[in-house]
Write a protein that binds this ligand. Structure first.
Ligand code: PLP
Length: 439
């Protein structure tokens, strides 16, 4: 009998007892290749020696000192390192405990910023239908994932959702990629004009969409146009890199590949790499300065923000990424993973799209490749793939998002940055077996 309130209880799931690089090991000794880092979390794999040592060392000094009274070396050091590596103009960091907290903080900070600069009428958020920004009420309202929102809809603040940038499903026949990117980006301007620009405070988007549809990157040029539109109308651009940030795409921040600098960035997951729960909101100096010159205080906070142990883990994660040149490795291993997926599934009659950036890849399954019709949800293809893969010793992250009424079956792959070539082959071969068994 267990008292954990969750999706499952002891007896229904194996008990994880150890980690070994890209593998997790259960109580029976069975090894699982962690093909998705849980939910794109374990970017260094399991049982990393440097992170373990950093945690021991910090624990011997001080584990926690409340940020209302103290700062700590690891928190200060982490903030310095993150801002040094961040896109231009980002020079302040707000440390929290996870992704939803980072998104909540971003939304509240946007609101307070406009209050402080004398634009109190700005309160609306625009986001995209194909998105997930977290499960707390503000973050849930921002996200466009219909399944996650449905039963809580009456509790959610009204948010506008425009089209995603989802080339596989959205680009029309004969339309160039550039024209497609511009068309969907311009929907933001249409929505701003419909709402009245003076009432809009922020646009929120994931540069590479994760949990809703399996590693869907914005096409080249899309985010540049989004940046222009936000600037033109005085609206803050908040990029949610909780899943795609921290090197997952081969850049420390995914938007660096798109060549833009947002007003705020949220990160989490890979920041603590699963060793500690930690998230961060990174902010342009102008936002901090407005508040510093005004009320002097961001009216927000959580007990565990700036936690010394969490920051110590994140510093060790950053050191691993820097000293082992893991961003370059993510790019090369990511290309190999894409090539291996294409070799295995490229001609598959039920695989419509294989996409992503770096070690953040998605495979989309369809009933019919020509029409792109999805499978009947009653078939529960996702759940079957997940189970078959798990039985075979592979952790992958399958999901079935609904975009504009079209339900898709996808598998998200986000293996540790240290994945070896042979493990890429193992991943693809186990996934292939799981898919064939499920179809
Ligand atoms: N934002 C994005 C893009 C996410 O993928 C997630 C989680 O999957 C969140 C926010 C929420 O993060 P957390 O589960 O740490 O609260």
């Amino acid at each position: 009998m267990t008292h954990i309130f969750g999706r499952s209880t002891r007896g229904q799931l194996p008990t994880a007892v150890a980690g070994d690089g890209c593998y997790l090991i259960d109580a029976s000794g069975k090894r699982y290749l962690d093909g998705s880092g849980g939910a794109a979390v374990s970017c260094l794999g399991h049982s990393n020696a440097r992170v373990r040592a950093a945690l021991h060392e910090q624990l011997d000094q001080v584990a926690f000192a409340h940020t209302g009274f103290f700062t700590s070396d690891p928190a200060e050091r982490l903030a310095d390192r993150l801002t040094a590596a961040a896109p231009e103009g980002i020079d302040r960091v707000y440390l929290v405990s996870g992704g939803s907290e980072a998104v909540e903080a971003a939304i509240k900070l946007a609101r307070q910023y406009f209050m402080e600069i004398g634009q109190p009428q700005r309160h609306r958020v625009i986001a995209r239908r194909q998105s997930y920004h977290g499960n707390t009420l503000g973050a849930l309202a921002t996200g466009g994932n219909e399944w996650r929102r449905a039963q809580f809809a009456p509790l959610l603040v009204e948010t506008s959702h425009i089209s995603p940038c989802y080339e596989y499903r959205g680009r029309e026949e004969g339309e160039t990629i550039d024209a497609y990117g511009l068309r969907v980006a311009n929907e933001l301007e249409t929505e701003i004009e419909r709402l009245g620009a003076e009432s809009v405070m922020a646009f929120v988007a994931e540069p590479v969409v994760g949990a809703t549809s399996g590693a869907v990157p914005a096409v080249k040029g899309y985010l540049k146009r989004i940046r222009e539109i936000c600037d033109k109308h005085g609206i803050l651009l908040i990029l949610d890199e909780v899943m795609c940030g921290m090197g997952r795409t081969g850049y420390l921040f995914a938007c660096q590949e798109d060549g833009i600098s947002p007003d705020m960035i949220t990160i989490a997951k890979g920041l603590g790499a699963g060793y500690q729960p930690i998230g961060a909101l990174l902010v342009q100096g102008k936002i901090y300065d407005a508040i510093a010159a005004g009320s002097g205080f961001f009216q927000h906070g959580h007990t565990y923000m700036g936690h010394a142990m969490a920051a110590a883990a994140a510093n060790a994660v950053l050191s691993e990424i820097e000293e082992n040149d893991l961003l370059a490795r993510v790019r090369t291993q990511g290309e190999k993973l894409q090539a291996a997926l294409e070799a295995e599934f490229g001609q598959h009659p039920h695989v419509g799209d294989i996409r992503g950036r770096g070690l953040f890849r998605g495979v989309e399954f369809v009933a019919d490749r020509d029409t792109k019709d999805p499978f009947d949800p009653a078939r529960k293809l996702n759940a079957k793939i997940k189970k078959n893969a798990f039985d075979a010793g592979l952790v992958c992250y399958p999901m079935g998002g609904t975009i504009d009424g079209v339900r898709g079956d996808h598998v998200l792959l986000a293996p540790p940055f240290v994945i070896e070539d042979a493990q890429i082959d193992e991943l693809v071969s186990k996934l292939s077996g799981a898919v064939e068994k499920a179809l």
